[in-house]
Design a protein around this ligand. Sequence first.
Ligand SMILES: C[S@@+](CC[C@H](N)C(=O)[O-])C[C@H]1O[C@@H](n2cnc3c(N)ncnc32)[C@H](O)[C@@H]1O
Length: 244
Amino acid sequence: MEPPAERSEVQSPSTFVIGATAPVDELQSSAVTESSSYLTATAEAYDAVAVRYAEFVRGSLDRLPLDRAVLAAFAEFVRTAGAGPVAEVGCGPGYMTAHLQDLGLDAFGVDLSPVMIGLAREAYPDLRFQVGSMDALDLADGELGGIVSWYSVIHTPPQELPPYFAEFRRVLAAPGGYLLLGFFESEGGPVVAFDHKVAPAYRWPIDDLAELAHKAQFVEVGRMLREPHEEERFRRGHLLMRRQ
Ligand SMILES: C[S@@+](CC[C@H](N)C(=O)[O-])C[C@H]1O[C@@H](n2cnc3c(N)ncnc32)[C@H](O)[C@@H]1O
């Protein structure tokens, strides 16, 4: 893997990408598709780059006012509902979990990568972080007031994603738990795989992700698309959903 040190490749927290895009069907033969294998591969890939990734994302939200606006709206909905703590699933080095805490939420982070979790604990010793997968959370039914998946479902093979929404539904308070997704949007095309610098990843049509959530009994509260900022490559999608 190439290091992310070249300025031309350094974009935004989750744009850790190189190479061309390709239709999902084209890449599926070479992608790791067995559930446990892709989770292990993703964890190992992020373990290997965790320190550089943490440096790469430090302060990135400062440059992204629209992202901050979506997060602030999510936080306000969750605070108003008062339904429980917020899990940032796929928290990486924890800066987003800390941002959620700063927005007045009782936030904690979960990530597949033990090295990422170690860095998050070191950087934010007052916050809780745990190793785990977002498709099998070590949480009770209805325990959470909110979930943020900020560029973390991007690494899940599309055919594996429906159970993730079922798990989000299980752990969110009913009714009234909120789910916020941040992801790379496919700009009118179908789900498309691209060469991410760390692990295989996918861009999604915002309507398709919303539909997956609807099927898991979420209703849409709102959505925000924004164009790439400075050196980012892809349009960004943000979906705010509420559990029924
Ligand atoms: C692109 S990084 C995003 C990290 C952070 N949310 C941010 O915005 O910088 C994706 C993160 O999701 C984690 N991840 C991917 N699949 C996961 C899963 N099934 N469960 C938990 N974490 C996962 C990876 O280990 C990685 O830390």
